[in-house]
Design a protein around this ligand. Structure first.
Ligand code: 13P
Ligand code: SF4
Length: 348
């Protein structure tokens, strides 16, 4: 009976999040995996942390019949990872996020269901590159976006996420700062910071391969088709999109959480989403009475994480296959990356 209730709660939630109903055989296969994952979580004292860009089925919460113990943005997931008491964290997100969880809670086992879950931003810069920048600009504070690998963070003074980048940039003294690696987000921050404080940002050339596709042409075309809709764009979209996007019906440029909050507070019923496709699933699940126009651009890295691979990761615990999923970092990297990450959490 309990299993039947859990199954129907999961199917209902999934239906609310996705624009098209899934074929029954697909839902049935997901339900089989969900049931086994829930049992294995209990057996191994494990929790699942899941990002808002995960496929809808990985965002359904445990209490709604799914597998996720916490669903959030990269800042929320870092805060959650730090306080996990269970033995194992199964991280349904990308590698830099799972590394951050390991740095914040190094005594826990952190498993990532696919090591192919990278990130074009994280891959655009190394620790060596940061050392070179510090030599070029001695004494200038380095702010590393959370979308970097641990060895890059280990060279930074501060980390930030899209939710607190502006606040952190404002809080640092001096008339310059190095912000890396996202060029567009840096330019978007620069236009605010320069106007407020005159501070210059020294930028890197990294780009998010998903958000760079939200060009002014793409967003303006949708605005013409849906003139009443408000526009929701992430900080990582190109700066020329940002300067155009909000003209007319309004909207927000912000982090994933800012976007979610904005929709909840807005009187508008229709929105154009300029961010990862599955954030559309999150928004539909939270605000069923509102309509979301979503040009469906999926992050190929986030989509490496599937229900089947999450099950594989859990099945591996205590077997020789565990190493295929386990995040391991050198102690020195953990020590050096912890300080900038803790400084980021002071602004959570
Ligand atoms: P958030 O910090 O908003 O979770 O974004 C993560 C990300 O990868 C954006 O592309
Ligand atoms: Fe990286 Fe962009 Fe994917 Fe986020 S959406 S993980 S920034 S490639």
């Amino acid at each position: 009976m309990i299993v039947t209730q859990t199954r129907s709660a999961f199917s209902e939630k999934l239906r609310a999040m996705e624009p098209d109903a899934r074929p029954e055989h697909e839902v049935a296969a997901l339900l089989e995996a969900v049931e086994e994952i829930r049992a294995l979580k209990k057996k191994h004292n494990a929790v699942v942390l899941s990002h808002f860009y995960m496929p809808a089925e990985l965002q359904v919460k445990h209490e709604d019949g799914g597998i996720a113990d916490f669903v959030g943005d990269s800042l929320g997931l870092s805060v959650a990872a730090k306080s996990v008491e269970a033995d194992t964290i199964i991280f349904c997100g990308v590698k830099f996020m799972a590394e951050t969880a390991k740095i914040l809670n190094p005594v826990k086992q952190v498993l990532l269901p696919s090591f192919d879950a990278g990130c074009s931003l994280a891959e655009s810069i190394t620790g060596e590159d940061v050392r070179m920048l510090k030599k070029l600009w001695p004494g200038v504070p380095v702010v590393a976006y959370i979308n970097t690998y641990a060895e890059t963070k280990a060279e930074a003074d501060n980390c930030c996420t899209s939710r607190n980048a502006l606040e952190i940039a404002r809080s640092l003294g001096g008339d310059r700062l190095i912000f890396l690696p996202d060029l567009y987000m840096g330019r978007n921050l620069q236009s605010k910071i320069k106007a407020e404080t005159g501070k210059e940002l020294i930028l890197w050339e990294g780009k998010c391969e998903v958000h760079e596709q939200f060009t002014p042409q793409r967003i303006n075309g949708l605005k013409m088709m849906y003139p009443e809709a408000q526009v929701l764009v992430h900080w990582e979209v190109p700066d020329d999109t940002v300067s155009d996007a909000l003209k007319g019906a309004g909207g927000i440029v912000g982090s994933t959480s800012d976007i979610i909050r904005f929709v909840g507070e807005s009187q508008s019923r229709q929105f154009i989403l300029g961010s990862e496709c599955d954030l559309g699933a999150t928004l539909r699940g939270m605000y069923p009475q509102k309509e979301f126009i979503v040009p469906c651009i999926k992050c190929p890295h986030m989509k490496q994480i599937t229900m089947a691979r999450t099950l594989d990761a859990l099945r591996s615990i205590g077997t020789e296959k565990e190493a295929l999923f386990e995040i391991t970092l050198e102690d020195e990297i953990i020590r050096n990356a912890l300080t900038p990450i803790e400084r980021m959490l002071a602004f959570a």
